[in-house]
Ligand binder design. Structure first.
Ligand code: AMP
Ligand code: ZN
Length: 486
């Protein structure tokens, strides 16, 4: 089955023709969120990118099994087996059980992705639900001689492994440089080599999330869950493994090592990495604290934001960049996306109002071909958007009576929009009346504030009472004025 799709493979550092191992079936594994706090917009970019990929593969006729995990245990703060457990730390802070933290932020994650109209994966396995599979895999790696136990903790022996395999196959880094540049961190007195990483970590007396294992009570290291769960649901060899670019150097490098040390197979044929959402050029991240939450973006409730933007505007903004390019957040760029998205949706709503003619001044076929070609070229959504605006121009020209379109071409236009805007991009029309009301009320509240400052109480009262008669209640407090609908 050749659909003409080419994708960039991090493993080979080039674009390749996509040839699934077992077409029309495609197995795709994407590293999901660590659910110890709200997902920020950067995380969303990665999941929106893979949603686009999932949707396009499906559109192209593949039967995709899309597995996206939930990391709900075993993630320490540092990438090298050091620091506190992220869940335990948060649980202490919020005075909740670690599993309450997991539940709370998993629900939040799902809510946010639903707002962005992304499709759910086929399977969403959790690390805590697959402790047995992880233990089995660690046992196999030990018996193959690539891991060792030290005082209740099990480490992967990178030096031993790299005698037979290429540990840095994914990023092509030089092992000598890596060794020279790696600080000794967690478990340094137990590790045989500086690059060794934990597969299983011994529980401390205060550790809350702990499980019994052949090495005593403990919890799995972060990397083993993805190797164990991808093998379980997609097999030892599958088609696509994805995640954000920040995961390639450590998490995915270690995943490949674990899988090869267990089954002697490189797990994924294609490794795909999405680029980062940045703020003023710096990667948005939970740890750096420069990330804003989708909620804040929708409401405009953040110092970096001039106003709120709707979920579909934000999604459109993301699709306007290729998934392998960085995307820098700015109010101006989002403003432009808002206008662009409105223009697109407005044209779509005009399609039903167009009158058709015998002759057509326009041909939709080439646009459709260009859109398919662009998506087949490593999912090039910005090129598709440029083509869609060609279609918008056609619609507006016919609507303004400056051109004609035939019934057959109009049908093609409708199919183009349905396929690319709704099915592949996963955009949808949205009711923006609340957002608009928000901006109008912000302005009215500002006018009332000025009136009060000028001691023009007649005007300020008129505003308050006028809104009240429309069912909008203003509430003044030290922080300012808020409103709610009665
Ligand atoms: P985490 O919850 O930190 O494990 O991250 C979940 C996913 O979001 C991973 O695939 C990360 O690579 C990705 N990610 C984290 N920060 C960003 C960012 N600023 N832009 C795009 N993706 C990101
Ligand atoms: Zn992973």
């Amino acid at each position: 089955m050749d659909t003409g799709l080419q994708l960039y493979n991090t493993l080979t550092r080039k674009k390749e023709i996509f040839e699934p191992l077992n077409a029309p079936h495609v197995g795709m594994y994407v590293c999901g969120p660590t659910v110890y706090s709200d997902v920020h917009l950067g995380n969303c970019r990665t999941f929106i990118s893979f949603d686009l990929i999932f949707r396009y593969l499906t559109y192209s006729g593949y039967k995709v099994r899309y597995v996206r995990n939930i990391t709900d245990a075993g993630h320490l703060e540092g990438d090298r087996d050091e620091g506190d457990d992220k869940f335990a730390k948060r649980a202490k802070l919020e005075q909740l059980e670690p599993m309450e933290i997991v539940q709370k932020y998993t629900l939040g994650f799902h809510d946010v992705l639903r707002m962005f109209n992304t499709l759910p994966p086929s399977i969403e396995p959790t690390a805590t639900g697959h402790i047995i599979e992880q233990i089995e895999m660690i046992k196999e790696i030990i018996s193959n001689g690539y891991a060792y136990e030290a005082n209740g903790t099990v480490y992967f022996d990178v030096e031993k492994y790299s005698k037979e395999y290429n540990y840095t196959i994914l990023t092509n880094r030089n092992m000598e440089d890596m060794l020279a540049n790696t600080r000794e961190l967690g478990g340094q007195d137990e590790k045989r080599g500086r690059l060794d990483f934990a597969l299983w970590i011994k529980a401390k007396p205060e550790t809350l999330m702990r499980w019994a294992s052949p090495w005593g009570e403990g919890f799995p290291g972060w990397h083993i869950e993805c190797s164990a769960m991808s093998a379980k649901y997609l097999g030892e060899e599958f088609d696509i493994h994805g995640g954000g670019m920040d995961l390639a150097a450590t998490h995915h490098t270690n995943e490949i090592a674990q899988s090869e040390a267990c089954s002697h197979k490189q797990p994924a044929k294609y490794w795909m990495h999405t680029n980062m959402l940045t703020v003023n050029g710096t990667r948005m991240s939970k740890t750096l604290g420069n990330g804003f939450l989708p909620e804040e973006l929708f409401k405009g409730d953040h110092v970096l934001l001039e106003k709120g933007f709707s979920p579909m505007t934000v999604k459109f903004f993301m699709l306007q960049a290729h998934y392998r390019s960085t995307l820098d957040f700015s109010n101006e760029a989002l403003d432009a996306s808002e206008k662009g998205f409105k223009r697109l949706m407005n044209a779509i709503s005009l399609m039903d109002k167009l009158s058709v003619s015998e002759n057509s001044d326009f041909e939709v076929g080439p646009i459709m071909d260009n859109c398919v070609k662009a998506m087949n070229d490593d999912f090039n959504s910005p090129v598709v958007i440029a083509e869609l605006f060609e279609a918008v121009r056609m619609i507006n020209t016919v609507y303004d009576g400056k051109g004609t379109i035939s019934a057959a071409e109009l049908d093609k236009l409708k199919k183009l929009m349905k396929d690319f805007v709704f099915d592949i991009f996963g955009l949808k029309a949205e009711d923006t009346s609340n957002l608009e009301l928000n901006s109008v009320l912000d302005m009215v509240i500002e006018l009332r504030k000025t009136a009060k400052e000028n001691k023009d109480y007649a005007t300020s009262d008129k505003i308050r009472l006028g809104l009240q008669s429309m069912g909008i209640q203003l509430k003044d407090s030290k922080e300012g004025t808020t409103w709610n609908k009665a």
